[in-house]
Design a protein around this ligand. Structure first.
Ligand code: GLN
Length: 240
C-alpha cells in the first residue's frame, strides 16, 4: 500500500540528516563531563560515538545545564536520544522508550571527611541534603527520607560544590559518580551505599522510533558481547 504522507521514522531521519544528535548533561563524571577547551567526554559519549559510527553518521552532542530538561528536549524532537546515565524507571517509561540496560548503579550518601555526625541515612533528619534535580536521587529522598531538607542542583558537580562550600550537609547521588569524586587526600567520603538497583538506559522517543530502538539495542547488544562496553567503562573508571 502506497503511503505518501505519514510519520517520519526516527532512524530514517537520522540517516537522512547525517547526524545523530544526543542530549546529555555534563557534570556527571565519568559518564559525561566537560573537556578542557570545550566539548563533552565520558562513558556515554563513547557509547554514543559507537552508535553514530555503526549508523555511519556524525555524532552531535547537545549539552544541557540541567539534567531535568532532557526528557522534554527529546519529546520536542530537539535531540534524537538521551545518553545521560539515565535510570530506567516506570515513571519515565510513560514518556520515553528505553534501550536495553547498559550499566547498573546504586545511590551513595556522601559527606565531608570532617563530618562524623552523619553515618547513614538515619542521621539525616533535619539535615540539608543536595541532590541533582529530577533524578532518582531526588526521588529517593522524597519517597524514603521525609524529614530531610532537600536542596536541588542542576548537575552532580553542583551538588559537590554545595557540599565543599558547606551549603549542605550531605549529597545523595549515583554511586559510580560519587566514587569518581572520592580520592585518598580529597575532602569527600561515602558513608553509605543505598541499594536502589538502578539500570541506565538510552532514552528514545515513544512514537515513530521502533526502527531506531531496534538498531540501538542491536548495537548495544554487540558492544556487550564483544567487550567494547566494558572497555569503555574501564577506560573512564578511576584507577584504584
Ligand atoms: N541515574 C540518575 C537518574 O536517572 C541520575 C542521572 C544524572 O544525573 N545524569 O535520575
Amino acid at each position: 500500500m502506497a503511503q505518501t504522507t505519514g510519520p517520519r521514522w526516527a532512524l530514517e531521519k537520522i540517516k537522512d540528516r547525517g547526524t545523530l544528535i544526543i542530549g546529555t548533561s555534563a557534570g556527571f563524571p565519568p559518564f559525561e563531563m566537560m573537556k578542557d577547551g570545550g566539548g563533552v567526554e565520558g562513558v556515554d559519549i563513547d557509547i554514543a560515538q559507537k552508535i553514530a559510527d555503526a549508523l555511519n553518521v556524525r555524532l552531535v552532542v547537545d549539552n544541557y545545564d540541567d539534567f531535568s530538561m532532557l526528557i522534554s528536549a527529546l519529546q520536542q524532537g530537539k535531540v534524537d536520544m538521551i545518553v545521560a546515565g539515565m535510570t530506567i524507571t516506570d515513571a519515565r517509561n510513560e514518556s520515553v522508550t528505553f534501550s536495553m540496560p547498559y550499566y547498573k548503579a546504586d545511590q551513595a550518601l556522601v559527606v565531608l571527611k570532617t563530618n562524623d555526625a552523619i553515618q547513614s541515612t538515619e542521621d539525616l533528619a533535619g539535615k540539608k541534603v543536595a541532590v541533582n534535580t529530577g533524578t532518582t536521587g531526588q526521588y529517593y529522598v522524597e519517597d524514603e527520607l521525609p524529614g530531610v531538607d532537600l536542596n536541588t542542583y542542576g548537575t552532580a558537580s553542583d551538588t559537590f560544590q554545595a557540599l565543599i562550600g558547606n551549603k549542605v550537609d550531605a549529597v545523595i547521588i549515583d554511586e559510580p559518580v560519587a566514587n569518581n569524586y572520592i580520592t585518598d587526600d580529597g575532602p569527600y567520603q561515602i558513608v553509605q551505599v543505598i541499594e536502589t538497583n538502578e539500570f541506565y538506559g538510552i532514552a528514545m522517543p515513544k512514537t515513530n522510533a521502533d526502527d531506531l530502538i531496534q538498531e540501538v539495542n542491536r548495537i548495544l547488544g554487540e558492544m556487550i558481547e564483544n567487550g567494547d562496553l566494558e572497555d569503555i567503562i574501564s577506560k573512564w573508571s578511576k584507577a584504584a
